[in-house]
Design a protein around this ligand. Structure first.
Ligand code: ZN
Length: 429
């Protein structure tokens, strides 16, 4: 399919017509690729309702986090470049155990620590050139919706109160379906993570039941609820926030793969039990884990590379290019040499597109559309190959090969357009 664009000078240029997006993504629930689910937006335009589980703001962000949030930035940018309106919600989990523990250790109030670390997270993601979420709800500001969700689950008989208020997992027949885990495997994982809790009289009835609400410890914040004063469990927070801002059904629900069980499994069960709308998420997208020194990068193991450290050594666009050189679903290992190679690529890009009017100088690499690239004389093959790679479940390593081809051919408009998708507005130098 083709159509004509007219350059300011009057020359008609052939190029692909605007079309329905053909982006395919991998859905963790169905374990297969699906066409990106979309809703009808207010203006009749296709809309992507996207919910991504955000940070618990108690410590500096590391490359594992950046990989996840930059992967969803690619999804947002590519959907928008394909003519889709995106409504993007990413929460801030500012009511959570690790945050309270850290605040106690550092002699800060929990909300001071949360505010400081949230500001720092947003600053780093801005440096990495993200398209900010439309809404970033904080749990502490969403308590009325969370309390209402807990009340409703109690009224409908999906929850009970003992030493805390628990969701009764056995009443949801598909529990385990998202993570594709057996009952035993789920119990094992909860035990490994220290989340199993006590089972039996006065506690939870079954090992898979999970807390919706529980009493606060001394020094922790508490809110009133139908289950008594206390604070919410982690899973119900995300269900309530997703529903408040996106309705009973989201098109894509995303997060790191380590969230599939128990967080997303539980979110799915309680959301569908609450609203009766099935499925709660039309596709579940999960990002791979980043290793360093042979093991998953994690605070508890102490093998972190922070976002700050990478930004001290490389331009922000180089960090983005290095992240994008890995497929979003795969696990991979961070190497400083890989970042150095991406830095050389960023320098070559800056040299080529920095002098072009569409290139955005050293700041935001060109954000103009592919029509602009084509109208500027870009090779149609480059534009099409890049689009095909991105449509193929965001195959960014293949997209990067097309970007390198554009560099070799000195096709500045195409390179600027591709960099605008892969790096967002991250600086090239
Ligand atoms: Zn969540």
């Amino acid at each position: 399919m083709s159509s004509c664009f007219t350059e300011p000078g009057g020359r008609a240029v052939a190029g692909p017509a605007r079309r329905q997006p053909t982006l395919q993504v991998y859905d963790s629930l169905q374990r297969r690729r699906v066409l990106l689910p979309l809703s009808e937006g207010q203006s009749g335009r296709s809309e992507l309702k996207l919910y991504v589980c955000g940070v618990t703001p108690y410590d500096s962000g590391h490359l594992g986090h950046a990989f996840t949030f930059c992967a969803f930035d690619l999804l947002v940018r590519w959907a928008e470049a394909s003519g889709v309106a995106v409504r993007y919600v990413q929460n801030v989990t500012d009511v959570d155990d690790p945050l309270f523990e850290r605040a106690r250790r550092d002699g800060l109030t929990w909300d001071q620590l949360a505010q400081r670390e949230t500001d720092e997270y947003v600053r780093q993601m801005e440096a990495l050139g993200w398209r900010p979420p439309d809404v970033m709800p904080k749990v502490s500001g969403e308590m009325s919706g969370i309390v209402a969700a807990v009340s409703s689950l109690l009224e409908k008989g999906h929850a009970y109160v003992s030493d805390a208020c628990y969701f009764e997992a056995a009443r949801y027949p598909g529990y385990g379906g998202l993570s594709h885990r057996s009952r035993l495997s789920m119990i094992r994982k909860l035990r490994e993570e220290g989340l199993l809790g006590e089972v039996g009289s006065g506690h939870k009835r079954s090992p898979l039941d999970f807390p919706l609400w529980r009493p606060s410890e001394p020094g922790e914040p508490a809110w009133e609820s139908a289950a008594g004063p206390g604070r919410p469990g982690w899973h119900i927070e995300c269900s309530a926030m997703a529903m408040r801002y996106l309705g009973p059904q989201v098109d894509v629900h995303g997060g790191g793969r380590d969230l599939i069980f128990s967080h997303h499994e539980s979110e799915r069960a309680q959301s569908e039990s609450l609203t009766g709308t099935v499925p709660f998420a039309r596709a579940w997208l999960h990002t791979g884990m980043v290793r360093f020194d042979g093991r998953k990068m994690s605070k508890s193991l102490g093998n972190l590379v922070t976002v700050e450290e990478t930004l001290e050594r490389a331009p922000a666009a180089a960090v983005r290019l290095y992240l994008a050189s890995h497929r979003y679903r795969r696990d991979w290992s961070f190497r400083w040499e890989g970042l150095a190679a991406a830095t050389r690529l960023a320098h070559r890009l800056a040299k080529l597109i920095g002098s072009e009017s569409g290139g955005g100088g050293g700041g935001g690499a060109g954000l103009q559309g592919k029509e602009w690239a084509l109208a500027s004389g870009s090779e149609v093959g480059l534009v099409n190959d890049f689009s095909a790679a991105m449509d193929n479940d965001l195959d960014t390593p293949a997209a990067m090969r097309v970007l390198r081809r554009a560099l070799r051919r000195q096709d500045a408009p195409a390179a600027a357009w591709m960099a605008g998708i892969l790096c967002g507005t991250a600086g090239l130098s």
